[in-house]
Structures are given as C-alpha cells and as structure tokens.
Design a binder for this molecule. Sequence first.
Ligand SMILES: [Zn+2]
Length: 287
Amino acid sequence: MTLTITLDLEDSTGANAATGRWVAATERFLAALTERSIRATVFVVGDAARGCPALVRRVADAGHEIGLHGLHHVALGVSGPERLGDELREGRALLQDLTGQSVDGFRAPIFSLTPSTAWAVDQLTDVGFTYSSSVLPARNPLHGWPGLPRAPFLWSTGLVELPCPVLDLGPARVPFLGGIYLRYVPRLAARHELTGLGPEALAWSYVHPYDLDPGAPIRRFPHANWPTSLLLHTRRRATMRCLDRALAAAGGAGLPLGERVAALGDAPLPRVDAARTASGDGAWARR
Ligand SMILES: [Zn+2]
C-alpha cells in the first residue's frame, strides 16, 4: 500500500491572479514535496493555468504529473453536454502546450461526475483522457455517486476511474484522505482504514492551495454555505502534519496516478456502464 499525493490547483477566490495567495501556497507545497522526494499528480484548472502559466511550468519541471481539473472550476452539469467536450479539448491542449507533457488524467471539479452527469464519461474518453478521478462513491451533500465500486474500475468506454477513497464513519461515508476531512477524521480511524485497504485499492489524497494557507482571510466559498466555509478555514496548520501521518500509515508515497494506472496493465477491473448504472439498474459488476 502506498498513498499518492494529489493537488487540485485552483484559486478558490476565482481571481486566478499570478500574485494571489494560491500561488504562494502552491509554491510552499511544492517545496514540501521536494523535501520529501515525492512526485505528485497536480490537477490544474484551465483558468488558473492562464492566470499563472509560470507556476504550472514549475510544477511540471519539478517532475509532477499534470492533469486537468476543468477548463473552469464549475461542476460538469454547469458546463453541460453541449459545452463540456470543447472545454475539455481546450483545457487539455492548453496544459499540454504549457508543459510538453501528455495530459492523460482528469478530475471533475467538486467530484461532480454523478448519475446526472453520466454523459460526461463518453466525452472524457473521446477527448483522449485515459483515466479519471472524478467520482465520490458515497452520498454527499454536494456531489456523489453511491453504489459505485470503491476500488479502480473501468467505464465501458475503456476509461479507468480511480474513485475517491472513502471511510465508513458511523452512518457517514467520508473522503477521509482529502481536503477538510484529512484534518478532522480521527487519526486512529484513518490509520486503521488505510492499513485495512485491500490489495486492489489505489489510495490517493487530495489537497487544495487553500488547505495549505492558514493565513488567508475568512470568506465564503463559492460552493459552500457560511458554516461550511468557516470549517474550511479551520485547522489548516494541521494539513501537512495530517498528510505526513497518512503517508506513514500507508507505508510511503505512491507514484503519480498516471503511472499507477499504467502499472495496472491488463489487470481485470470491474466494468461499469455509466448510462445504465445512472439509470438505476445497478448492473455494474460485470467483468
Ligand atoms: Zn477543485
């Protein structure tokens, strides 16, 4: 078991200015990764890349994998089936031109690949992505797709999906290795879950620049109400410590996600038909 570190590179203020706090927070995180000899996967929002192209080049030059986190930081349903394909193409080309890397991975903003946006799977595949980490296989106030496999699976188009790792905590199922949950899920529960993940699991954590910016002024987040926004401001000083603990519990840092997907090779993965599963016939478990 290893834990791959991922960063969703976005400016939560939406300004995407090259002088913004999100740039400084990302630079600090990059330095922390270098210190630990960790290569991560960094999912970049197209608007952020346009706002600070030099930062994206520095991320790539440091050896990290670049993936796309949407041309704009909006849920897939907001882009809609008419616009998403063009946005994906534009965002992928933008990042490839900036970095010289093939951009093979996609993460939907706010895990917004859900039954109501199942049409996006075809578009992601058509644009040329080989893997996605866009699904939260749980009920969630924002977005989620309960009932999907918790380990890597194949959409019927051939696109690999790496679901967000979740932990059963009482009646809730929470994405314990990322964002705010990373700072709040009890340490022992997280360690127990990590060490108990089966050999088919592929664990990854996710953070955002704001998770690493304790000094940022308090403000309301675009996708959250005030109580949640306040929670998102707390315990940020603990983020790196919690990440280090999770890495220790997992037995070390994993390779970037694209390399882990390549290593899956021809391993038999469950196949899921997005449209049929979204319509509720639940027939995903076909190999
Ligand atoms: Zn995001």
